[in-house]
Design a protein around this ligand. Sequence first.
Ligand code: HPA
Length: 273
Amino acid sequence: MTYDLAYYKKSADFLLDKFGERPEIGIVLGSGLGHFAGELENPVVVSYSQIPNFLRSTAVGHAGEMLFGTVAGKRVVCMSGRFHYYEGYSLEELAIPVRVLKLLGIRTLLLTNAAGAVNTGYKPGDIMVIADHIKLSLGSPMRGANVEELGPRFFDMSSVYAPALRALALELAKKSPLTVHEGVYFFMPGPQYETPAEIRAIRALGGDAVGMSTVTEALTAAHCGLPVLALSVMTDMAAGVLPVPLTSREVIETANAIEKPFTAYVRDIISHL
Ligand code: HPA
């Protein structure tokens, strides 16, 4: 498969025709965080399976729809359902969604995810604004022929998570009932959760939270110069922190439990973008 500009443009042109307008902001909803899609006014809903050259959602807790509508007066495109490496996609395939969002015309990308708290000062239900990430496993979604129209072969990673957007999120956190931290997200490919020894290693390396998403999308955004704000919901204490096994049910339940304040927080952020 040749992933060139024409490949991504085919998906984007199909969506623009459905939406009738260009979105300003793109949002990717994480596991158990799909409720936010209900915030869109007058939504146009397109199933991923209708979009040419796109991927199909297989993960539990992910709807598999692209929605376009307004939130707080802003034109938003929302991916309800994301794609993960553990589903079997190649890293190159995982670049597709963000490249399509970029071609739709978004100027800000808001990523959300469910993550395990590695920092023992965090607790389930807390939020972490991602300041930076660590990905030591696997390659890059930008491996292979570079798409010059989108960005350079070698690209900067020193401020992927835009400082101004992080500052905005931390400022708005003051009026939210949520506890909001800022920290480092450590990517693990999954689908298994980590071992306690892996979590101790992640902590020693500087990770505050661990998860199986977001980083491929942030890398793709960095390549094409798209500012990113990423919010992690601490859905559980990572393996070994508590003497209990980790389940996906706990992840979804915690995400559901903070639905209302989290939705209000994200909405407030969007109104300021
Ligand atoms: N580890 C990895 N991914 C996760 C976790 C976790 O503890 N919680 C939610 N996603």
